[in-house]
Write a protein that binds this ligand. Structure first.
Ligand SMILES: Nc1ncnc2c1ncn2[C@@H]1O[C@H](COP(=O)(O)OP(=O)(O)OP(=O)(O)O)[C@@H](O)[C@H]1O
Length: 431
């Protein structure tokens, strides 16, 4: 453990509250201008677009633990990492590191903090200058921060090579002489050379063969124990996240939707998005099949995310609008119909046939029955968009999931482990 680890030991190492990063996509991009219809005269409107990459994210990381951050591509994981690393300034929110608000630090204090927070990227090649020898690569951050004399830096570099599972004599070799896994080990040695407290690992094993991945993960765990490190481990690969994490934060479209202890979260995922992600993990036994549908469709644009719960447009558990008196089983049938119309996944020959296929008789709520029949009639008339629109405005947009933003609240867990979920299904009184 580092000698700096003395003050504010009761504080989590990292405390992030309401962290937000929006990108203004308009700068220099013609894409945000709408041109006059003749295509010749000066653009008459300008609509700057805001990419809501990270939106009000709060979490803590305790000293010595690994928080796994998981989510599909484009959900904001790398942006969050870059803001934590101070490579990007937040639009809003606070980052407390060792009890200090990074936004309030002097530039000298911030420089010191930069030493304490290091990052490992996916591509082990990109951060290794091919013209520099391994020793110089590892020593560079120490030199930049004025740590040790030349002999001390060399000794440290050789020690670190050993710590990360390489030979000390590799000190005099060039990066091209190493495999991908070995290069990632060199990156680790380089990051550890300044004795950081906190290491952010952004898909550190994604570019490596599966057999090498496991070795690097094991080395990361050994290094964590040896140096008392705290990790934020970012990956879209759930098996890697399960292997390495103590706790897991699940991110969707710029927001956290579930946070919990790794074993509990994998055994008993609560958020429909976490459930869908887990059900999409390939299972070794081809005969065993998940009971839930995997994720359909793409992640919506962070420029115009869905209202309310951002996952609702893909959620298999969308809550029925309160204004309809519709039993759960009937609502499940309606949801199935909505999805099928969305995907145009059936032949629309006759209204009664489609009704029989999706519904178990007439719906008990008259208004729901009317809407469903009208939508089916549209499909039979080959007016799929009108059907989709009708089902969207009469059902999806009237759900609490569309009308109100769920907050990331604690939910009861039978093993009393920490669990926070942002889903209306789990709000007190709903479930
Ligand atoms: N500099 C930028 N300017 C505008 N938009 C950006 C910028 N950087 C990222 N984005 C957008 O922010 C959203 C989040 O991107 P980010 O790279 O953080 O996601 P991610 O979860 O890390 O994805 P991946 O796993 O593919 O790297 C995306 O829609 C991305 O296009």
């Amino acid at each position: 453990m580092s000698s700096r680890r003395t003050d504010s030991d009761s504080e989590p190492l990292v405390r992030v509250s309401g962290l937000t990063k929006h990108f203004d996509n308009s700068s220099g991009l013609l894409g945000s201008y709408e041109f006059a219809p003749d295509g010749l005269s000066f653009p008459f409107t300008h609509s700057p677009e805001t990419v809501r990459a990270v939106d009000g994210v709060s979490f803590e990381i305790e000293r010595g633990e690994t928080l796994g951050l998981v989510g599909e591509s484009g959900c904001g994981k790398s942006t969050l990492a870059r803001v934590l690393l101070q490579l990007l300034s937040p639009t809003d929110g606070d980052i407390h590191f060792q009890g200090e608000n990074l936004a309030e630090l002097s530039s000298e204090a911030l420089r010191q903090r930069r030493e304490d927070i290091q990052m490992i990227f996916q591509d082990p090649q990109s951060s290794l200058d091919p013209r520099m020898k391994v020793g110089a690569i590892i020593e560079e951050p120490m030199e930049a921060h004025g740590l040790r004399d030349a002999a001390g830096r060399e000794q440290r570099a050789r020690e670190l090579l050993e710590s990360v599972g390489l030979e000390p004599q590799y000190y005099d070799r060039y990066p091209h002489e190493f495999s991908g896994g070995q290069r990632q080990r060199i990156n680790l040695a380089r990051a550890l050379s300044v004795d950081p407290e906190f290491v952010i690992l952004d898909e550190p094993t994604s570019a490596l063969d599966v057999s090498i991945q496991a070795q690097i993960l094991n080395t990361l765990q050994d290094l964590q124990a040896e140096f008392g490190l705290t990790y934020l481990f970012i990956s879209h690969d759930l098996s890697v996240i399960r292997h390495i994490s103590d706790r897991v934060a699940v991110m969707y479209l710029g927001e956290l939707v579930e946070v919990g202890d790794v074993d509990r979260l994998f055994e008993d995922p609560r958020h429909p998005y976490t459930q869908a992600l887990l059900s999409s993990i390939p299972v070794p036994d081809p005969r065993s099949r998940g009971t839930r549908s995997v994720l359909h469709g793409d992640v919506p644009s962070p420029i115009d995310p869905p209202s309310g719960c951002r996952f609702r447009t893909r959620c298999p558990d969308l809550i029925a609008p309160a204004e309809y008196d519709i039993p759960d089983g009937e609502w499940a049938d309606v949801r199935e119909l909505i999805r099928a119309v969305d995907r145009r996944s059936f032949d629309a020959d006759s209204v009664s046939e489609i009704q029989d296929r999706f519904l178990d008789g007439r719906l008990s709520d008259d208004r729901c029955q009317e809407i469903v029949v009208e939508a089916i009639e549209h499909t039979v008339a080959d007016e799929w968009e009108r059907a989709t629109e009708l089902l969207r405005t009469e059902f999806a947009e009237r759900s609490v999931c569309a009308e109100s933003v769920p907050t990331l609240d604690s939910v009861a867990d039978e093993r009393a482990s920490e669990r926070r979920v942002a889903c209306h299904l789990h709000e007190t009184g709903t479930n």
